[in-house]
Design a protein around this ligand. Structure first.
Ligand SMILES: [Zn+2]
Ligand SMILES: [Zn+2]
Length: 282
């Protein structure tokens, strides 16, 4: 089948989420594609692993997203599925900085395509921290942004870790800390990264859903399938002085999700300064 016009107008896309992500995708999918985003009922994506660590994540982000999207498509009996997978990790260039990477996957089983968007930003949230008393706990929770930003408490009394989530108010937090400090000396406080509890992540996801919808609204110039857009940047911009390839971007590559059509666009810069060159400036 050859798609024409707005291939997703009037169609339903199942977003496999337990944490309100469908609300973030609803507007761009409606305005850019004319599609409706629904949430499959009875879905338990926590089985695939949680941010808090009470259920370990065993799949790579893309595989986890694929399994979730297919679960949702199965439940809703629709060929169109969406799922996202996020990670928070210390930045390799500065261990005090947290990076949030989001992967958003769209599956169309009629056209047999997968379209993926990935985005990485610096998170405003601090790294998890262990505290030894109530004052330090309340102070760090405030620094994270609680209660607007959710938090998760972890404590280990020797019999394995316990978790406290879904604390809504300072008095609930105080009670939970008191209970934990009855049996342990140290409680770890981390931001709750689930989309409904993490406004900065929700904002990041919202912009990613817009980018994906824009991409799905862009047809391949060759076969007209939806999902045309950049897939990679190509390194290897040549050094101005010696001509050796550097790590700087030389070109961007756009690709179709369905056929093998690709377009390579060289960047504005024709050469790299020698300060970027392994030979001239090792
Ligand atoms: Zn194509
Ligand atoms: Zn050089």
């Amino acid at each position: 089948m050859t798609p024409t016009g707005r291939p997703y107008a009037g169609r339903t896309v199942a977003f496999a989420t337990m944490h309100g992500k469908e609300r973030l995708a609803a507007e761009p999918f409606r305005e850019l594609l004319g599609a409706r985003v629904t949430v499959p009922k009875g879905l338990n994506t926590d089985l695939l692993g949680t941010f808090a660590g009470d259920i370990p994540r065993e799949l790579s982000p893309i595989d986890a997203a694929r399994v979730k999207a297919r679960l949702g498509m199965h439940i809703d009996n629709t060929p169109l599925g969406l799922a996202s997978e996020g990670t928070f990790a210390a930045a390799p260039w500065s261990p005090g900085v947290v990076e949030n990477t989001e992967l958003l996957l769209f599956i169309d089983d009629v056209l047999e395509i997968e379209v993926v968007e990935v985005s990485r930003v610096m998170s405003p949230l601090p790294r998890p921290r262990s505290v030894r008393d109530m004052d330090a706990g309340l102070a760090f929770a405030a620094r994270i942004g609680f209660p607007r930003q959710g938090i998760v408490l972890t404590a280990d009394d020797g019999d394995g870790p316990t978790w406290r989530k879904d604390l809504r108010t300072t008095s609930e937090l105080t009670r939970a800390l008191n209970e934990l400090f009855d049996t342990v000396n140290e409680v770890t406080i981390q931001p709750d990264y689930r989309a409904h509890a993490c406004p900065s992540r929700a904002e990041h996801l919202r912009s990613l859903t817009t980018r994906l919808a824009q991409r799905l609204a862009t047809p391949c110039p060759d076969c007209a399938a939806p999902g045309w857009g950049p897939i990679a940047s190509e390194q290897g911009l040549l050094c101005r002085d010696c001509g050796a390839p550097t790590a700087l971007e030389a070109a961007t590559v756009e690709s179709c999700a369905r056929c093998s059509h690709r377009v390579r666009t060289p960047g504005a810069a024709r050469t790299a300064g020698p300060e970027w060159c392994q030979h001239c400036n090792p």
